[in-house]
Design a binder for this molecule. Structure first.
Ligand SMILES: *[C@@H]1O[C@H](CO)[C@@H](O)[C@H](O)[C@H]1NC(C)=O
Ligand SMILES: *[C@@H]1O[C@H](CO)[C@@H](O)[C@H](O)[C@H]1NC(C)=O
Ligand SMILES: *[C@@H]1O[C@H](CO)[C@@H](O)[C@H](O)[C@H]1NC(C)=O
Ligand SMILES: *[C@@H]1O[C@H](CO)[C@@H](O)[C@H](O)[C@H]1NC(C)=O
Length: 357
């Protein structure tokens, strides 16, 4: 009377956590009155994954309302979804349900999500040892292998700490690596590599060290003319802000501690090594009253204490009594005059001797 067939063709489904899983179940023929449900596990401890009447927010039917296709989709698969799923046709009887047919079961093994590497809350300066943490969850059995790399270089670490997961059916691990930050780490990447018996290829979590790193600038101020400067001459001081990361800086100029307005502060330029540099020019007229003035270039980088560079403007003593006096103060000129007088003297003596001869 009931040549009814229930087919659950999938033996095993492997899916990455967070993705959607499809479980297939079809039925043909005529059957008794009664619902079709999906159960996880069999016997005591089974769990209803889907039936028509309950509320299963992550589960939808592939073909809603169908009388032959009872396939379902489970979205946002989690590690705790691991188990054997059965498609079951029940027959109704007075006061309850009997199992009429069941599929052979589909083993669902969610792959653990890739490990996640986290770093410090705030950036840290060069030469400091900074802890990084790699976490991975939802694996079973307990044995897991964790390796760390900075670029291609292996970092040695303590064995990971392994704890029972939230659902007690899988394990979580946490591994810590201490890394000393260096200037060229702006372009480096940390890799946490996890190997487990359920994985065909290792899973990797990565962390760009530029997120954790701060390289403070070096600041220097250079004048474009030799000191002392000729009085009333225009000259430039250039502030060189070199090798910093990240690229945000605020540059201010001060003259004897008082802030002065500066028109052109260039944008930071990225160097091939990933660090930044910048220059700022201030033009100054070397008036006599500016003699001994201190010019400071003050750089605030990444909310740290300012880094400054300074230069002092020295103005040459003005030549008293006009330019001839200043010329006579030149030893070269004196030498020239002496030579000239000597030659003239020699010529006069020569002419005098010739006249006498
Ligand atoms: C599922 O579990 C319930 C409650 O433990 C039990 O009454 C029922 O018989 C189980 N069903 C199957 C199909 O194992
Ligand atoms: C991070 O920086 C902020 C602001 O500079 C500071 O208040 C906070 O304490 C720092 N956090 C850590 C963990 O160092
Ligand atoms: C100072 O620098 C600016 C811009 O770099 C330039 O235009 C100006 O001619 C320079 N002044 C002197 C005195 O060199
Ligand atoms: C500037 O100061 C220096 C050092 O005190 C001094 O030698 C020089 O003569 C001064 N120049 C002027 C223009 O006063």
């Amino acid at each position: 009377l009931y040549p009814r067939r229930l087919q659950q063709p999938q033996d095993k489904v492997s899916v990455t956590a967070g993705e959607t899983l499809t479980l297939t179940c079809t039925m043909s023929g005529v059957g008794p009155v009664g619902p079709v449900k999906w159960l996880k596990g069999w016997g005591s401890g089974n769990e209803t994954v889907y039936d028509l009447v309950g509320y299963f927010p992550r589960v939808t039917r592939v073909v809603s309302e169908s009388n032959t296709d009872f396939s379902i989709r489970i979205r946002d698969v989690r590690p705790e979804d691991a188990g054997t799923y059965y498609c079951v046709k029940f027959s109704k009887r007075l006061g309850g349900l009997d199992v009429f047919r069941r599929g052979k079961g589909t083993v669902v093994s969610p792959n653990p999500p890739p490990p996640v590497v986290s770093g410090p809350v705030n950036r840290t300066g060069l030469g400091q040892r900074v802890p990084f943490t790699c976490t991975a969850g939802g694996f079973f059995p307990k044995e897991i292998d964790v390796k760390w790399f900075k670029g291609k270089d292996r970092i040695s670490v303590q064995p990971p700490s392994i704890t029972l997961g939230r659902t007690k059916s899988s394990y979580d691990m946490s591994s810590t690596a201490a890394v000393t930050l260096q200037e060229d780490d702006v372009r480096s990447q940390l890799v946490c590599e996890v190997r487990h018996s359920t994985l065909t290829t290792p899973l990797r979590g990565t962390y760009r060290l530029s997120k954790a790193l701060r390289v403070s600038p070096s600041v220097s101020v250079v004048a474009d003319v030799l000191s002392p400067v000729e009085v009333n001459k225009n000259m430039n001081f250039t502030c060189h802000v070199k090798r910093f990361y990240p690229g945000d800086v605020a540059v201010a100029w001060l003259e004897n501690g008082m802030e002065i307005k500066v028109e052109n502060i260039s944008q930071p330029v990225e160097t091939p090594r990933g660090l930044f540099e910048l220059r700022s020019v201030v033009e100054v007229q070397a008036t006599e009253e500016k003699n001994g003035s201190v010019f400071t270039c003050r750089v605030v980088h990444d909310a740290q204490d300012p880094v400054s560079g300074t230069a002092t403007l020295w103005i040459a003593a003005p030549a008293r009594g006009g330019s001839s006096v200043s010329l006579l103060s030149s030893p070269g000129l004196w030498l020239g005059i002496l030579l000239e007088k000597g030659l003239l003297g020699g010529l006069l003596i020569f002419l005098f001797k010739r006249a006498r001869a």
